[in-house]
Design a protein around this ligand. Structure first.
Ligand SMILES: Cc1ncc(COP(=O)(O)O)c(C=O)c1O
Length: 396
């Protein structure tokens, strides 16, 4: 090729659809916090949605043994038989729900599960109902896949959950193809009651919609346990992960439970996208089901943090939130201080060195007056954050 040809060529354009995908604001907060730390400051981290505890030792030991063995190859695209069987047994043990192992698909975290499930369920352009506030990647993954997220505003009056009425109303405006709920929820920490899940499942069946239930925070509940949507509807698509309860965010392993008729489609997608989920992570995932004592001890730490914050935050004027049923988040209304959550979070980070996340990550419409705090760290960190915010709020 001549130099002229190089000069005349127009650089290829980026995909317009990909360019539409919004960034995660929390990542920007993490970058700003890292800059403060590089300059010698000490930051209390309440922005990140991941356990600060290491992966339980028994899980790491199982992976170390497999590593020592050395044969780290591809597995079946749907996951190893033994992990799929172990996950199926978990549904019997934890919820009394019987599912065959053939309906379990091992995925690269629940994030990988969403991509597979969305592609298997929806035609291009399909509309999928999600909540606002909600987990930001839902709308971003849907957008990247050429689907249309339909963010339905929910608030304290429905405990931040979708209801049959809200779903029917959105469907009447323009037909939906699916509904996605999560319980316990990010960022609000609310758990849907079994009746609320059954009502959503029934409405989806009535309208002929896919029902996808994100159950990634199961295991992390403080009052009553969370219900799997499979108890209400065997056709519901369940998305779950080892990331949160088992403290395994970096292992990138999760799972789906899908209707039998979808298994082969998902298998073909996974074969082509990633061949299989990393073998070592699958070994670790299987060991995780035997790490209950370690996981419960870590959860007891979250429960102590939660009890402290539910009392301490109102005492410093940050009391406008629902009691946290599960997960490790508090979603606070800061309207009495600010209607610019980005500026509020920037100032509390720069001036008090407490990192928290602006609500705009979770609710594009109303998140300017909300923030999310994660209490997945230690009690000492929670106490330090409250003391810093108390002084900061007094001085501003
Ligand atoms: C509600 C919810 N779903 C899914 C995920 C993705 O988790 P992972 O891909 O690690 O399983 C997260 C992570 O924060 C989340 O909060």
């Amino acid at each position: 090729m001549t130099n002229d040809a190089h000069r005349l060529a127009t650089p290829p354009a980026l995909s317009a659809r990909a360019a539409e995908v919004a960034p995660f604001i929390v990542m920007d907060v993490m970058n700003q916090a890292a800059a403060i730390e590089r300059a010698g400051g000490s930051v209390v981290h309440m922005e990140v949605g991941q356990p600060s505890a290491p992966t339980p030792a028994s899980i790491r030991a199982a992976a170390a043994r497999a590593l020592e063995h050395g044969r780290i190859g591809y597995t079946q695209a749907l996951g190893t038989d033994s992990l799929r069987e172990r996950i199926a047994r978990h549904y019997q043990d934890a919820y009394g729900v019987s599912i065959p192992a053939e309906r379990v698909v091992v995925t690269t975290g629940s994030s990988g599960g969403f991509i597979l499930a969305f592609l298997a369920c929806f035609q291009p352009g399909a509309r999928v109902a999600i909540t606002a506030p909600g987990y930001p990647a839902y709308r971003n993954i849907l957008t990247a896949l050429g689907l249309e997220p339909v963010a339905i505003e929910v608030g304290p009056e429905t405990r931040y959950a979708l209801t049959p009425d809200l779903i029917a109303k959105a469907h009447a405006e323009r037909p939906l193809a699916g509904v996605l709920t999560m319980s316990p929820a990010n960022p609000t920490g609310v758990v849907m009651a079994p009746e609320a899940i059954a009502a959503v499942a029934a409405e989806c069946r009535r309208l002929g919609l896919w029902y996808i239930s994100d159950e990634i925070y199961h295991g992390l509940t403080y009052e009553t346990p969370a219900t799997t949507a499979l108890s209400a509807d065997q056709d519901a698509i369940i998305v779950n992960s080892f990331s949160k309860y088992y403290c395994m965010t970096g292992w990138r392993v999760g799972w789906l439970v899908v209707p039998q008729r979808m298994v082969r489609t998902i298998e073909r997608l996974q074969q082509n996208f990633s061949i299989s989920v990393p073998y070592l992570s699958q070994v670790a995932g299987e060991a995780a089901f035997a790490a209950t004592a370690e996981c419960e001890a870590i959860k007891a730490g979250y429960a102590a943090n939660r009890a402290y914050l539910l009392k301490a935050l109102p005492e410093i004027g940050l009391g406008d939130f629902l009691p946290v049923d599960g997960a490790f988040y508090i979603y606070l209304d800061i309207g009495r201080y600010s209607n610019d959550s980005m500026a509020f979070c920037r100032d509390v980070l720069e001036q008090a060195h407490v990192a928290i996340t602006p609500g705009l990550d979770f609710d594009e419409g109303r998140g300017a007056r909300t923030v999310r705090l994660s209490f997945a760290g230690s009690l000492a960190e929670c106490e330090d954050a409250v003391s810093r915010m108390r002084n900061w709020l007094k001085q501003r």
